[in-house]
Write a protein that binds this ligand. Structure first.
Ligand code: SAM
Ligand code: SF4
Length: 423
């Protein structure tokens, strides 16, 4: 059987797109390989959110030139945030790439292969995996309308476009029939779901409909924008038994002038109040957040406000990034990238050290507790899964637990994961 190889970097959205590209290729006669040199088709799924990610894509494209020139001469396709609707520039820079397609147009890959006699044409609906993982991503809204000053996503992924509620419900039913127990609804700005649809459903309504699907055990969603997280959504998370107590709510900076320059649409005080409302309504909720350090003009005092806010609010997980100017964004055009890289790195490391201590303390509280885990995989003799609050848990057992909800008594904790035994 001919092989395909997919190389992915970036966020969960990219991972979800790669899963769908893989199932499309499998259903037209290809099988996955982890070795690019064995593949007839190589797909690179790119990220350009930071310069370092873009550099890795460019290096990978360069490294694949020799394979293209070799006897295998695989089809090379590029997708992800590097590809927008105008591909002439990319064609000129990377003439050895056969196809550029936007992630929302996966069918173009199947059509390209069919036109060259390399595969049969994909059937409608063939993007859904035949054997999905117990925990599967489901994109529900593409693009972003926010234009935060530092962010390239709206320029690459376009404006917000929600999928109709009936399509999502139908897709989730099918995934559950095929073995999925948990879904994560995805969007760059998932809590603005539905505003562009004729009947204007919202995420709370979608969650309520999905909550009724028999066989589905858990529902998550990410990423939420603080300015769009309303009371109906908080109440839905609190009330609907399948919706997990786990929210991803990036705040980006703790200083109001920096938040204003980032064009985030909320103040630090409003964010604090939102976290309080969420914690009051959803006991035991786990929160993760993103922050950027070294945004143009960020002084030591302004950075300290971000640091203090992280210490005060005590998140379960923090993703911290050094500011990276992205060509074409408002910040790159109007603001000087004037925090030296060494300083940015120092600020990032300071936050990482703080977060390690906070996560260690939060996880230590779980010692001795028996928690419900959805088992997702077995690696190196250990089963692994996640709690409703998204804690990674490992345990050893000889039984077959894949896709099952099991109880695990926690006997060891670290800032990153928990270990235990079936309880
Ligand atoms: N939509 C989400 C939000 O509102 O924050 C996040 C999506 S964004 C693609 C993922 C993360 O990448 C952001 O939370 C931010 O921390 C980081 N990011 C985006 N642009 C960046 C830039 N120019 N420099 C550094 N980090 C950046
Ligand atoms: Fe980027 Fe802001 Fe949209 Fe998130 S909300 S994807 S940070 S523009």
């Amino acid at each position: 059987m001919p092989c395909y190889h997919i190389w992915t970097i970036g966020c969960q959205m990219n991972k979800a797109d790669s899963e769908r590209i893989g199932s499309c290729l499998e259903q037209i006669g290809y099988q996955a390989t982890t070795r690019a040199e064995e593949a007839e088709i190589i797909v690179l799924n790119s990220c350009v959110v930071r310069q370092s990610a873009e550099n890795r894509v460019v290096n990978k494209l360069g490294a694949l030139k020799s394979l293209k020139r070799g006897p295998q001469n695989p089809v090379l396709a590029l997708t992800g945030c590097m590809v927008n609707c105008r591909v002439d520039g990319l064609r000129h820079r990377f003439p050895h790439v056969d196809l550029f397609f936007q992630p929302q147009a996966v069918e173009e890959l199947g059509q390209f292969l069919a036109a060259r006699g390399l595969a049969s044409a994909p059937k409608p609906g063939s993007l859904l995996p035949l054997h999905p993982s117990p925990s599967t991503f489901v994109p529900i809204i593409e693009g972003c309308d926010n234009f935060c000053s530092y962010c390239i996503v709206p320029y690459r992924r376009g404006r917000e476009k929600s999928r109709p509620i009936e399509d999502i419900v139908c897709e989730v039913r099918l995934l559950v029939e095929r073995g999925t127990r948990e879904i994560t609804l995805l969007g760059q700005n998932v809590d603005s779901y539905g505003h562009d649809l004729p009947t204007r459903p919202d995420l709370a309504r979608l969650l309520a409909e999905l909550n009724q699907i028999d066989g589905l055990a858990r529902i998550r969603f990410l990423t939420s924008h603080p300015k769009d997280m309303g009371e109906r959504l908080i109440e839905a998370v609190a009330q609907l038994e399948k919706v997990c107590e786990h929210l991803s709510l990036p705040f980006q900076a703790g200083d109001d002038d920096i938040l204003g320059a980032m064009r985030r649409g909320y103040s630090a005080e409003q964010y604090r109040a939102l976290v309080k409302r969420i914690r009051d309504a959803i006991p035991g909720v786990a929160l993760s957040t993103d922050v950027i350090v070294g945004f143009p003009g960020e002084s030591k005092e302004q950075f300290d406000k971000t640091f203090d806010m992280l210490r005060e609010l005590g998140f379960d997980t923090v993703h911290v990034a050094c500011y990276s100017p992205r060509p074409g964004t408002i910040a790159a055009r109007k603001l000087e990238d004037n925090v030296p890289f060494e300083e940015k790195r120092g600020r990032r490391e300071k936050i990482e050290a703080l977060q390690e201590a906070i996560a260690a303390e939060i996880n230590r509280e779980l010692l001795g507790q028996t928690l419900e885990i959805l088992v997702e995989a077995r690696k190196k003799g250990k089963w692994q899964g996640r709690t409703r609050t998204d804690k990674l848990v490992f345990f050893r057992d000889d039984g077959d637990h894949l896709g099952r909800l099991v109880k695990v008594k926690i006997e060891k904790t670290s800032p990153w994961a928990l270990q235990g035994h079936l309880g």
